[in-house]
Design a protein around this ligand. Structure first.
Ligand code: BGC
Length: 382
């Protein structure tokens, strides 16, 4: 009996195993493909202006895959690609795929704005006893440097480099005495730096040969989801006051507390939660609690993607503008239609109309002195 069992056992095992028990030749293991990303700063052509000027596009990439594209026309931030909580990259700025989109006219998408960002009341100011008249390009007021501000000029490449810590592009522009009505030849530069720590730094420098006023900023429209409206974005502002404005959005001179009003973002609040109670939507300059040193001014969290953008600045103010004038008439990147509130701006700056409001922090630049400000955007996901 025992013997029969063993004979059967051996037979069954042999039959069952015969075809499959051949020693499997191990399939060669696919070599693990690890994308090695290096910090890099590259240049390519982005086309030509109508008067035949070559426009360059600079791409800064860091080791985590963040990618910032900047062009020499308007020193515009064309795109900023940032990962979400699952590592998926999306471009989180509004703009166009081609240079022609920018040349056709747009509300300062990604632009470097100057010589004076924001509004100057009645388009004039007095400096050293002389009255200077500027273009009234926003009803009776002057907005974002005039008819042809720094956003519409071609900037010169000064530096394009990368090392293991950062990728940098430095662009310069000389604004001549009298340009758009402003006094003094102004030599200015903007330096974009993408760091290995997922920061995009905006550094501005300028010098003048005659007393002038200056207020430079970047006017990017952000959308941390990469699409749709921004009403669900949660915003925190390190500001307990804002500058009250009249119907033309010119400050009255009063800095009012945000407490118990829809203007309060001292704790995280979605942009859309109280926007209906703010006539026209947010378009206000906040008075930052700490100024002068690079300090945290704002943080924005987008719940669906998990993306976070923190903003640090040396400037005393920040303009919150919620894309109130976007009306669906512009079609941007990848055919996206830009409707109302599809992007928000957080423009670090001196206060609007400072040349006419001596009680505000000064925007006067004297010959021999150096204008130097810095704003840092830090990106991560949670
Ligand atoms: C201003 C808005 C303006 C927008 C586009 C923002 O900085 O505050 O009033 O409509 O720029 O020009």
């Amino acid at each position: 009996m025992k013997m029969r069992f063993w004979i059967n056992f051996v037979l069954v095992v042999t039959v069952v195993c015969m075809p499959g028990c051949k020693k499997k030749t191990p399939t060669p293991k696919e070599p693990e493909v690890k994308e090695i990303r290096l910090m890099s700063a590259q240049k390519e052509s982005f086309g030509q202006t109508s008067d035949g000027r070559q426009i360059d596009l600079f791409t800064l990439t860091n080791t985590s895959g963040l990618r910032a594209k900047i062009m020499s026309y308007g020193a515009i931030l064309v795109s900023m690609e940032v990962p979400d909580r699952d590592g998926n990259l999306a471009d989180i700025t509004l703009g166009f795929d081609t240079l022609d989109g920018y040349l056709a006219g747009h509300p300062y998408f990604g632009a470097t704005v100057g010589r004076y960002a924001n509004r100057i009341g009645k388009a004039k100011f007095v400096l050293d006893g002389v009255e200077y008249e500027l273009a009234a390009n926003n009803d009776e007021n002057h907005l974002h440097g005039g008819v042809k501000g720094f956003d519409k000029v071609v900037w010169k490449l000064e530096d394009l480099r990368s090392d293991s810590n950062e990728a940098v592009v430095k662009l310069s522009y000389i604004s001549e005495d009298g340009e758009e009505g402003y006094p003094g030849n102004l030599a200015c530069s903007v330096i974009y730096t993408l760091t290995k720590d997922n920061e995009l730094k905006f550094s501005y420098e300028a010098q003048t040969d005659k007393t002038t006023v200056i207020n430079l900023t970047n006017h990017s429209y952000w959308n941390l989801a990469g699409q749709g409206d921004v009403l669900g974005h949660e915003l925190t502002l390190n500001a307990e006051k804002y500058t009250v404005v009249d119907s033309g959005l010119i400050p009255t001179g009063e800095n009012r507390s945000v407490k118990d009003t829809p203007m309060d973002f001292t704790l995280p609040m979605s942009i859309g939660s109280r926007i209906g109670r703010v006539e026209g939507g947010y378009d206000h300059n906040y008075v930052l609690n700490s100024s002068g040193l690079l300090a945290r001014a704002a943080a924005v969290y987008e719940p669906t993607s998990g993306r976070v953008m923190e903003i640090y600045t040396s400037e005393p103010g920040i303009q919150l503008y919620t894309g109130n004038f976007l009306d669906g008439s512009l079609t941007g990147k990848e055919g996206k239609v830009y409707n109302k509130h599809y992007g928000f701006c957080l423009e670090t700056q001196h206060f609007p109309d400072s040349p006419n409001k001596l009680e505000f922090p000064s925007v006067v630049l004297l010959p021999g002195l150096k204008y130097s400000t810095e704003t840092v955007h830090k990106f991560y996901a949670r």
